[in-house]
Design a protein around this ligand. Structure first.
Ligand code: 6GU
Length: 244
């Protein structure tokens, strides 16, 4: 997969050289290119923003600068490239969004700052037939799309074949297909700070361990994320689940 990220703070994307995403890049599984939006500004001050029409606080990013940048980046892209625009007014970015994006060949992530990007930019690329996903990573406000871009790239990259060493670790995790949060996990030593590892996990009884983990996942999800319990498919629950 190829991912281009356009930002006025390319240095903000430096963590993409580290850890799992960095390794995926050196392994040739992921081609990430970070661009400085100001390279497409046309004045000597490299201006990318201006005051909002209609008045109000803050600054809006200019469509002409974004258009020049995205035309260039998309020129070297397959027609199937998707434009991802992180914005607090977008649809919620979830594990399902990450799974869908992981099937794409090429993503272009446009990081806005200030009050956002002139709305004609998304409209223009949609008119040209480019799929545009305006996504929010949660109900809070960040200063710009860069941190959200890091979130999107990491969530997508770890789903690409070969990126996570043991693909089984993708199976049982929180926000996976079961719709539950993950059960608590333990490792050695079996007693620490006066706290014991739950005995069932030391029993070697695989069926009982699986049952215990499912119960923990269900009770934890009910306590922490009742919204996820409401969304569960009842057909996927067994009689023991329903008794909890
Ligand atoms: Cl994608 N951008 C900004 N600026 N703030 C956010 C966000 C995105 N998602 C949640 N808050």
């Amino acid at each position: 997969m190829r991912i281009d990220v356009v930002s006025i703070f390319p240095g903000y994307l430096a963590p993409l050289e580290l850890s799992l995403v960095g390794k995926a890049r050196t392994a040739g599984l992921l081609d990430v290119r970070v661009h400085d939006l100001r390279d497409w500004a046309s004045d000597k001050h490299r201006t990318v923003d201006d005051t909002p029409f209609g008045g109000g606080a803050g600054m809006v990013m200019r469509p002409d600068v974004w258009g020049a940048a995205l035309d260039d980046v998309l020129a070297g892209a397959a027609p199937s490239a998707r434009l991802v625009v992180p914005t607090p007014s977008g649809t919620t970015f979830t594990q399902r969004t990450a799974e869908a994006l992981a099937h794409e060949q090429h993503l272009v992530v446009a990081c806005g700052r200030y009050e956002g990007i002139d709305a004609r930019v998304a409209a223009h690329y949609r008119e040209r037939g480019v799929a545009v996903d305006e996504v929010s990573i949660g109900d809070y406000v960040l200063n710009g799309g860069e941190v959200a871009a890091l979130v999107v790239v990491e969530a997508v990259a770890r789903l690409l074949p070969g990126v996570v060493g043991n693909p089984e670790s993708l199976v049982e995790e929180s926000h996976g297909a079961a719709g539950l949060l993950e059960y608590p996990v333990y490792t050695k030593p079996p007693r620490w700070a006066g706290l014991e590892v739950p005995e069932v996990l030391l029993s070697g009884h695989h069926a009982r361990i699986a049952r215990w983990r499912r119960d923990e996942a269900l009770t934890r999800t009910a306590e922490r994320r009742p919204d996820l319990v409401v969304a569960l498919d009842v057909a996927g629950l067994d009689t023991h689940d329903l008794a909890l």
